[in-house]
Write a protein that binds this ligand. Structure first.
Ligand SMILES: [Zn+2]
Ligand SMILES: [Zn+2]
Length: 408
């Protein structure tokens, strides 16, 4: 303590603090905080005690800087604890709002007395409150990515919580057609409910998102979700193979520990969608996943309007391998997307004729290829196309995603 006292007095003497009016009382915390960046391992109250006599600063009476606010820290800690009590968390961080008066008063002191190693009052409130809450809850302060941020308003004894989302990574398969990946609001009423949507507010009865989210909402007490898929398949396409990676974001969860196995079982019991490999994730992985552009392998059932010769079909299909196709935005999505031209590469393409009018095609293409249009040609908007090269109208009856190529 003697060493720190000497260091503090040296710091005071290199400022104008000796001329601080003796009758203006300062509490230990406020006095110490004016030299809060001198030495480490001490509280500001300890700093204040160590130098009070040497600097001859009045302790009696209300503190002229904080008016007693610093004595209320144990009460603030109790407010934070009570706000946090509803939530499960491992890490937290405290922020605060205080009287602007106090902040201005303290900044005036710094400049009037040339105090260059002072600490702002909010920093001390946050840290000292945090220490008490750490001790009482056994949880840790995390400055980078806390589960919960508690904003303490010392003017109104009010705590506002920012509860960070819970992220879970997994893979899903879609086993029935006619299910969109995410909840699709009714186009007519935009979700309010109308005749067209039978008052559901939705275009489709359910979605992969809703089926996966339900057990999460139930178990975490969250208020909503965002479903982030690594791309998406068409509503009428199945998602098979190893499934499609996704990250589910649950907003404002009350509980963060969930039984992934039980959730998988519950989703899989739907018979519409199945999930596996559920594990904790984070925002970074979610962002990376959304940006990933991965090749995909599809299996298609194709019908030709006229019989096609096997040899001819084989030859045309083979010619696609390694070619780039030019695709203008498909007619079927023009109402919601800009009319653009994109070029995508077809990496693999194989055909198995099933009759003179039908065939199964398995193809691997770059992310973002419009597969249905690659077959139909979309009235010349996609070139080359299977239909164009054969000279016979062709259409996709069934489309399944059978593999997403995650590492290339
Ligand atoms: Zn004070
Ligand atoms: Zn509607």
């Amino acid at each position: 303590m003697d060493d720190i006292a000497k260091e503090l007095i040296t710091a005071a003497d290199s400022s104008d603090f000796r001329s601080y009016p003796k009758e203006e009382a300062l509490c230990d915390s406020c006095l110490g905080r004016l030299f809060g960046r001198v030495g480490t391992g001490f509280t500001n109250a300890e700093r204040g005690k160590a130098i009070r006599e040497s600097l001859d600063v009045q302790r009696e009476g209300p503190c002229s800087l904080c008016s007693g606010l610093m004595d209320e820290i144990p009460k603030f800690a109790r407010l934070v604890e009570s706000a946090l009590s509803e939530f499960e968390f491992d890490t937290f961080l405290i922020g605060s709002r205080t009287d602007q008066d106090i902040v201005e008063k303290e900044e005036t002191l710094w400049s009037d007395f040339r105090l260059e190693r002072a600490e702002p009052i909010k920093a001390e409130i946050n840290r000292e409150t945090g220490k008490i809450v750490e001790a009482s809850t056994g949880k840790d302060v995390d400055f980078e990515r806390p589960n919960i941020m508690a904003i303490l308003d010392t003017r109104f004894d009010f705590v506002q919580l920012q509860v960070n989302p819970l992220f879970t990574h997994g893979r899903y398969k879609k086993l029935k057609r006619g299910i969109p990946q995410t909840r699709w609001p009714c186009r007519e009423c935009l979700g309010k409910g109308c005749e067209r949507c039978n008052n559901t507010g939705k275009m489709y009865e359910t979605s992969v998102e809703e089926i996966v989210a339900a057990p999460f909402i139930e178990r975490t007490g969250g208020i909503g979700v965002s479903f982030h898929g690594m791309g998406r398949e068409d509503v009428d396409a199945l998602m098979l193979g190893d499934g499609r990676p996704f990250v589910l974001e649950v907003k404002e969860p009350k509980r963060r520990t969930v039984d992934f196995r039980a959730i998988e079982e519950e989703v899989n019991a739907s018979g519409l969608v199945s999930v596996d490999g559920l594990r904790p994730s984070d925002r970074r992985e979610m962002v990376q996943m959304k940006e990933a552009r991965l090749d995909k392998t599809y299996s298609l059932r194709v019908t030709f309007q006229e019989p096609v010769e096997k040899e001819n079909l084989n030859e045309v299909v083979r010619s696609f391998k390694g070619t780039e196709v030019a695709q203008r935005t498909p007619t079927r999505v023009l109402h919601r997307r800009a009319d653009l031209l994109r070029r995508r590469k077809i990496l693999e393409m194989d055909v198995t004729p099933l009759g003179s009018n039908t065939a199964e095609i398995v193809l691997t293409a770059e992310a973002g290829t419009y597969v249905k249009e690659l077959v139909s040609g979309d009235r010349g908007r996609t070139t080359p196309s299977l239909s164009g090269l054969l000279g016979v109208p062709a259409a996709v009856d069934e489309l399944d995603v059978i593999r997403i190529h995650e590492s290339e």
